[in-house]
Design a protein around this ligand. Structure first.
Ligand SMILES: Cc1cc2nc3c(=O)[nH]c(=O)nc-3n(C[C@H](O)[C@H](O)[C@H](O)COP(=O)(O)OP(=O)(O)OC[C@H]3O[C@@H](n4cnc5c(N)ncnc54)[C@H](O)[C@@H]3O)c2cc1C
Length: 262
């Protein structure tokens, strides 16, 4: 079985992020770029599935990233993935979610897949929408927010997290699942893994390899960032002194009522 894990490269969460006022895009140069931390759970889930199946299944990392991201992708190989593909082309600059999902779907289809695993969100754009869009473009079922995954008789079965509890759902392969943080504890690359990753294959795909031209990048994007603004600073909190617990509860109750929160 071929398991593909989509991995986004993002600015380090501790790095100060800047938006270029001219292009209204996140400035990605001059900051440390790392694997999207949410994607490490998807990688770990894929490695566990592969090792449990132990039938020659493979894990391929797929990332749409500039060529400069190649060595960051190698960290996923050091964790134990078998190989990687990066979709890298200047024509992808300015891609919105729609164009990103469209391009990634074409790249994944070109290499073939039985199961696609994604993180639930990125730490920079944080839309959480890509997994659903990708499944739609791939024409496969999307089993989102998976905290436990199993392959059984040609079907993917997942336990998914919901706001109120859990659901167990299954779908025939090929399928896509987004993996939550509670699914596992991602492994650290071992020294052997780091050394071994140096020899693993990272293939580069360009838009021409996929026969894509206009439907990606800023030309192919359906959305446009019109304006950006920083949120106003939070107002200083109000400190109240209560005579006793009952008085404190009354003050809180009156405050909530005054804001029509009760
Ligand atoms: C109008 C507009 C313009 C934009 N312009 C640019 C731009 O110029 N440059 C730019 O870099 N971004 C740009 N973006 C952001 C870019 O489209 C998003 O980063 C991308 O669509 C993924 O969305 P997300 O990060 O919210 O993913 P989410 O839905 O939050 O991520 C969920 C999962 O999807 C997968 N994933 C997401 N992105 C990738 C990827 N690139 N490769 C592999 N897997 C991935 C990961 O598994 C991740 O865990 C733009 C967005 C908009 C709306």
């Amino acid at each position: 079985m071929k398991i593909v894990v989509t991995v986004k490269l993002v600015p380090d969460t501790t790095a100060e992020k800047r938006i270029d006022p001219a292009t209204k895009r996140l400035v990605r140069s001059g900051v440390d770029i790392v694997l999207n931390p949410f994607d490490e759970y998807a990688i770990e889930a894929a490695l566990q599935l592969r090792d449990k199946l132990a039938d020659g299944s493979t894990v391929t990392i797929f990332s749409m990233t500039p060529e400069s991201g190649r060595e960051v992708v190698r960290k996923a190989l050091a964790m134990g993935a078998d190989d990687a593909v990066i979709l890298s082309d200047p024509g992808l600059a300015g891609s919105d979610l729609w164009a990103t999902a469209y391009a990634i779907a074409h790249g994944i289809k070109a290499g073939g897949f039985d199961l696609v695993l994604t993180g639930t969100q990125s730490t920079d754009a944080i839309s959480g929408d890509l997994p659903g869009m990708l499944a739609e473009y791939l024409g496969v079922p999307a089993l989102t927010y998976a905290r436990h995954l199993e392959i059984d008789g040609g079907r993917l079965r997942v336990k998914r997290e919901t706001e109120t509890g859990y659901q167990t759902v299954s779908a025939p392969l090929p399928a896509l699942a987004s993996v939550t943080k509670s699914a596992n504890e991602p492994r650290y690359p071992s020294l052997k893994g780091i050394m071994g990753a140096k020899k693993k294959d990272i293939k580069t795909l360009a838009l021409t390899d996929l026969g894509l031209t206009k439907a990606v990048g800023s030309d192919g994007s359906r959305t446009e960032v019109l304006a950006l603004a920083t949120p106003p600073p939070r107002e200083k909190g109000r400190t109240v002194t209560a005579a006793d617990g009952a008085d404190g509860a009354r003050i809180v109750l009156d405050f909530l009522k005054s804001r029509q929160l009760l």
